[in-house]
Write a protein that binds this ligand. Structure first.
Ligand SMILES: [Fe+2]
Ligand SMILES: [Fe+2]
Length: 371
């Protein structure tokens, strides 16, 4: 799919500075599916280029010709436009022997070579997230608390999954409380805006679904307690995606049939995490279990249809489809809300509840643009 200029600007820019052509190209190739990448083989040349367009993250090799990596990072720290750009310094030297140099020049992280591709991507992603999360400090108290509390509970769930533990639903409820309060006070746009550029896709998508699902609940007249349940269920609905390989989860373009089978496993994986504890409310389990089911029975994992799908399942599949269409991914621009709603009405009438969709549509057109 061709990308527009405005979309291009939304994708984070990562600069790769390395005099070794082979290394630099390998690193650039690993990052190109997720980010815009600019390459430099010389430190002086890099400083000029970075001044023209500051990247969101820079990877600098310590052996770069033209003064070396340390010199470049130090120069960046003295430059007003580049002083706060997170820098990953790459080096083949022994970690202990370069630690003082890394700190002294002002780099944020040392990545010792050789490193795995996944480690590179995780390191870049963490630095990007740090920037986005720091920007939340400027938001009003409720949206700020909603973002900070949900990311911290999401990170704790990620640790729990790694350790084979379950989810403590009290923490999810607590984290969703400022979210529902922000919705009550019409401040939810700050949450959607605040999470839009977060680089943890599963978190960004889940918080968006939590927000829109809870807002949907308010619009159809549900009480606070049910709105809170919709927010909690939305936040948890895809946590099993944390177990899906990065390459499949973030694959640019269409998944092959066998890759799609792997992707579908995120539903039982989510349920396995949620069912470790019996404290997870039934409604949240339904949202997780049935958000990919379709009214005509062509959904997954069970192929449920018609009356087998209750209101909660129908609402969550509408919100999830809308979320997926309007999410920004490295390989596709976000679809405008009106276009997504048009497709959902014209092409998905066999499997989305059209009455609920009408309500959702007017809610989105009234309340939210370009989410
Ligand atoms: Fe899902
Ligand atoms: Fe989802």
């Amino acid at each position: 799919m061709p990308v527009t200029e405005s979309y291009d600007r939304q994708v984070p820019l990562v600069a790769v500075v390395d005099g070794n052509d082979l290394n630099r190209k390998q690193v650039a190739n690993a990052l190109i599916s997720f980010y815009r990448v600019v390459q430099y083989s010389d430190a002086d040349q890099a400083l000029n280029g970075l001044r023209k367009e500051a990247p969101e993250v820079a990877l600098v090799d310590d052996q770069t010709p033209g003064g070396g990596g340390y010199h470049l990072v130090r120069a960046m720290r003295w430059d007003r436009g580049l002083a706060t750009v997170p820098v990953i310094l790459t080096s083949s030297q022994d970690e202990r022997s370069v630690a003082a140099m890394v700190k002294g020049c002002g780099a944020n992280v040392l990545l010792s070579k050789p490193y795995r591709r996944s480690k590179l991507i995780i390191t870049v992603s963490k630095l990007l997230n740090r920037q986005v999360e720091e920007s939340w400090a400027k938001l009003p108290p409720r949206p700020r608390a909603a973002l900070n509390d949900t990311i911290s509970v999401f990170n704790s769930i990620s640790d729990a999954i790694d350790n084979g533990e379950g989810v403590d639903y009290r923490l999810v409820n607590d984290a969703c409380t400022p979210l529902v309060e922000a919705i009550e006070n019409n401040e939810f746009k700050s949450i959607l805006g605040g999470v839009r550029d977060h680089d943890n896709y599963t978190f960004a998508h889940s918080l968006k679904i939590a927000t829109l699902l809870s807002l949907f609940g308010k619009i159809i007249g549900l009480k606070y307690h049910d709105q809170l349940l919709l927010a909690g269920g939305g936040l948890l609905h895809d946590v099993g995606k944390m177990t899906i390989p990065h390459e499949i989860l973030n694959k640019p373009g269409r998944l092959l049939a066998d890759e799609f089978e792997v992707m579908k496993r995120h539903v039982p994986a989510t349920l396995a995490v949620l069912e470790v504890n019996d404290s997870i409310p039934k409604g949240a389990i339904i949202i997780a279990a049935q958000h990919h089911e379709k009214l005509d029975g062509t959904g997954y994992p069970k192929g449920l249809k018609g009356r087998e799908l209750n209101e909660l399942a129908r609402m969550s599949s509408i919100v999830d489809v809308f979320g997926a269409l309007t999410d920004r991914r490295a390989y596709k621009p976000p679809m405008p809300a009106e276009q997504a709603l048009g497709i959902m009405t014209d092409q998905m009438s066999a499997y989305l509840d059209q009455n609920l969709l009408k309500m959702f549509k007017s809610m989105m057109l009234d309340a939210v643009q370009d989410v």
